[in-house]
Design a protein around this ligand. Sequence first.
Ligand code: C5J
Length: 225
Amino acid sequence: MNIMAEIPSALPFAFAFDPATTALIVIDMQRDFIEPGGFGASLGNDVSLLQAIVPTTARLIKTCRDHGLPIIHTRECHKPDLSDLPPAKRNRGNPSLLIGDPGPMGRILIAGEPGADIIPELAPLDTELVVDKPGKGAFYTTQLGEHLAQLGTKTLILAGVTTEVCVQTTMREANDRGFDCLLIEDATESYFPAFKTATLDMIRAQGAIVGWTATSAAFAEALHD
Ligand code: C5J
């Protein structure tokens, strides 16, 4: 039997989902993006903006754990030999500090380095899948699609950073693969507030062309939390 939950205040209109076929995906809440003294901060970004969503994201994860929803965490990172890092990606951005170079928390965005780890406040449980992804989207060259198919997931709840890069890319990939997608507004953030606002607008445009957005409180209420 499908037991539907509903978020009447979701945008651009009410969002209905079956908790039994819904999973949470938390994108790239990694030390190098979020902690002071990490890669993001070394590029001059104000990481306090990203830190502000940590308590909300922790509550969202707890809500999903309490209700038995599968949780998937992602990390943007590359193999130590850089074999999964195309030159086009490595050479982009600030030329003085490239992916794979020694950074403030080990080699930048390299699997196994301290900076690539998920922040301790949002540490995955042993039972939760952690997807290491070399791209901005979490489906590209990963087992995420197969994992969600095994779970029977139809709806994805998205959170994480940054809104306009890895979160939006993953949401668009998921939308094209037939998932209904809901982005939690107060559990996603950008170093550039205007980019977050623009992304939420783009997602919801044209009758939810990419998906819906809602607050974490409205999502929790829909689950009777
Ligand atoms: C993510 C990035 N995670 N902005 N990466 O959004 O490069």
